[in-house]
Design a protein around this ligand. Structure first.
Ligand SMILES: *Cc1c(COP(=O)(O)O)cnc(C)c1O
Length: 314
């Protein structure tokens, strides 16, 4: 589907705007599990999550085609909204972020801090999407989808490129799944370079639209209910679902308690602040049954309200 060259090309385009995150290990976790565990810390990425990769990929793709980008618009109060707001600031263009009227204050503040304009609508995701597309059409702003877009997917896939370029015989890579953009990019990239590396998707048991859809053989709606706020997706994407069907080797489901334990372990032992959505991959890696393997967990983000940590871990 995507060539090796296409990932090199995207990586080169977005390199000025992202960090190349370096793998981190913990001896304690290795001893605990009998595997060599590596964390790909996208919690240390610019804006605190990998979402900057996809947003940067989309904006730079258009600019490369010589198209003028007047402004950016999206519908997300979370990490994607922050990434889009940040990219707009970098290119000195306007950003409008459509959010629900019940979005947490911390997130609104983060988006405003990047200089973006907030547009508030009702709580339904369909309302946000409609408003964002209306703004895109009326103002001529570029709409950046959170996952269902090939430029966004290739941008997230640059994590896979960084992994296959590591001097390391990786056996398995664990990747959180929301709408599936992150894992679509990573898995299609890794399989293009080294089909021997297994790519394992991870979802909270209480929010597993991809697992449900894969079993049914078609995109299926669910009602998410998890502390992992970045993974509360109702249905897999139209573009991401077939990519996951083709390139992802297996799926693991994790309990809410397992997510909290993984968060606590990584914070205590590795001194990394990670959000629940980023901890699901660690939770899956911790319960791997095979031993003596090189395992990588993509820790997708680290944005959370510090004051909520003790509440989450209680
Ligand atoms: C968006 C997000 C995800 C899920 O990514 P998808 O591309 O929607 O599968 C996982 N973790 C974090 C921290 C995120 O912000």
């Amino acid at each position: 589907m995507f060539t090796k060259d296409s990932f090199y090309e995207v990586k080169e385009r977005i390199n000025p705007y992202i960090h190349e995150t370096k793998l981190i290990q913990s001896k304690t976790l290795n001893q605990l599990t009998g595997n060599q565990l590596f964390i790909k810390p996208e919690c240390l990425q610019k804006t605190g999550s990998f979402k900057i990769r996809g947003a940067a990929s989309k904006v730079t793709a258009l600019r490369q085609q010589g198209k003028e980008v007047k402004g950016l618009v999206t519908a997300s109060s979370g990490n994607h909204g922050q990434a889009v707001a940040y990219m707009a600031k970098i290119f000195n263009i306007k950003a409008m972020i459509v959010i629900p009227n019940n979005a947490p204050l911390a997130k609104i503040k983060a988006i405003k801090a990047y200089g973006a304009e907030i547009v508030t609508v009702g709580p339904k995701s369909s309302e946000r999407l409609a408003k964002a597309q209306e703004i895109s059409q009326e103002m001529g702003y570029l709409y950046i989808p959170p996952y269902d877009d090939y430029d966004v997917i290739r941008g997230q896939g640059t994590i896979g490129l960084e992994l296959v370029k590591e001097n390391l015989a990786i056996d398995k890579v664990f990747v959180p799944i929301g709408g599936g953009g992150l894992i679509s990019g990573i898995s299609s990239c890794i399989k293009a370079f080294n089909p021997g590396i297994k790519v394992i998707g991870v979802e909270p048991k209480q929010s597993c639209c991809m697992n449900t859809s894969l079993k049914k053989g078609e995109r299926t709606e669910i009602t998410p209910n998890t502390i992992a706020d970045g993974l509360r997706t109702v249905m897999p994407g139209e573009l991401t679902f077939p990519l996951v069907q083709e390139y992802v080797d297996d799926l693991v489901l994790v309990e809410e308690e397992e997510i909290k334990e993984a968060m606590a372990l990584v914070m205590e032992r590795m001194k990394l602040i990670i959000e629940p959505s980023g901890a699901v991959s660690v939770a899956a890696m911790l319960k791997e049954e095979e031993k003596g393997k090189n395992l990588v967990a993509v820790v997708s983000g680290g944005n959370l309200d510090i004051m909520s940590i003790s509440e989450i871990l209680k």
